[in-house]
Ligand binder design. Structure first.
Ligand code: F1P
Length: 357
């Protein structure tokens, strides 16, 4: 037992989740002081199509990064899992002359990510590694490296490394697009999360303790859809629960047939789509689901139909809301694991890195 009275196994994951405001600050100041970025940006100025690649959480981060890249810079961007580069390169459309690849991997050791870097090197496609380990195999195989070592976790599940690397992508996209408007936005979301994270944690713990769910569903549109996918992976990895993610309005087209009192539905509500998305939320409450709403600012309709509302509360462009939006889902995964008597630091069947022979 630790001094806090909690078993020590609980400490890494929850400490890492709760450390996100400081981790974000360190990651962003590290990046602005990081000299290779200048040369990377000079080199990347001519690149017009961006491809983000990763596995697991790093793939969902790649999806979120692609959405952010387009929102911030207006450039074409997409994401694919590293395995697709290896198995179906013809579908991945890798031949564009102005393609810039960004390969994301916390460890920099995941075999598929490293092999994808090798495949791009053979094609002479420019690569940037985004990783927590600047000395990793991936870093050595890519032309440029951006590393955020202070965001790495001791726990198996990626939490702060996901959100910190996401913010680094915003900072990089803003620098690439030549806009200063994101620097104050990033400051605001750090301040907002620092002020709210203890209350998120307490309210999520009470919510989990008051319910017993059979399954978990995460809904989001636009840049929030990758956040829904990552949230789904968090509850699955940490608590061994069944979970699904959909685009919010897609949920009406069939999947809603599973909804009942034992369904936990988390809505990541965008500001752009708030009105249409909150109509789905109200409809799902009428089907007796328990509803968690994660949004910048809740409307009265959202409040009236939700069991738990977690607001970010920052006047920032929508792309800056993605990193704080994932935090409640990390807490839901953690507290559900503890409720089930599982060790969230060491989830069943998982290893920190997938290394293939
Ligand atoms: C990616 C990853 C993790 C996952 C698991 C195995 O690792 O798939 O997202 O939680 O533990 O590895 P990385 O390439 O980002 O190091």
């Amino acid at each position: 037992m630790a001094a806090s009275g909690l078993p020590t196994y609980r400490l890494h994951t929850i400490n890492e989740i709760l450390s996100q405001p400081e981790t974000w600050r360190e990651a962003l100041s590290g990046l602005s002081a990081n000299s290779p970025n200048g040369s990377f940006l000079a080199r990347a100025a001519s690149r017009k199509e961006w491809l983000f690649v990763g596995c697991g959480t790093s793939f969902y981060l790649a999806e979120a990064a692609a959405a952010i890249w387009t929102l911030v810079s207006g450039q074409r961007a997409r994401a694919i899992p590293a395995s697709e580069v290896l198995l179906f390169p013809q579908l991945a459309q890798l031949d564009a002359a102005d393609l810039q690849v960004v390969i994301i991997s916390r460890s920099g050791r995941t075999s598929e990510a490293v092999r994808a870097a090798e495949a791009f090197a053979q094609r002479r496609t420019p690569t940037l590694a985004l990783t927590c380990d600047p000395a990793s195999e991936l870093a050595r195989r890519c032309e440029f490296v951006i590393a955020v070592p202070t965001a790495d976790e001791q726990s198996m599940v990626m939490t702060r490394s996901f959100s910190a690397m996401l913010l680094v992508v915003i900072q990089l996209a803003a620098a690439y697009a030549g806009t200063n408007s994101y620097a104050p936005a990033l400051e605001k979301i750090i301040a907002s999360l620092a002020a709210r994270i203890s209350s998120y944690n307490e309210r999520m713990a009470s919510f989990v303790n008051a319910h017993l769910f059979a399954d978990y569903i995460y809904l989001g549109q636009g840049p929030f859809y990758p956040i829904a996918r990552e949230a789904c992976l968090k509850i699955t990895e940490m608590s061994g629960s069944y979970a699904q993610a959909y685009h919010t309005l897609e949920f009406r087209h069939g999947p809603k047939s599973v909804v009942g009192p034992q369904t936990c539905l988390t809505f990541f509500l965008s500001e752009t789509g708030m009105s249409a998305e909150s109509e789905v939320l109200v409809e799902m409450k009428a089907l007796d689901a328990a509803i968690i709403a994660v949004c910048n600012r809740a409307t009265e309709a959202v409040r009236d139909s939700s069991d738990l509302v977690l607001e970010i509360g920052a006047d920032v462009p929508e792309a800056a809301l993605l990193a704080p939006a994932i935090v409640p889902a990390q807490l839901l995964g953690f507290h559900t694991a503890v409720q089930k008597g599982l060790n969230p630091d060491e989830p069943k069947n998982l290893s920190r890195v997938v290394i293939l022979d």
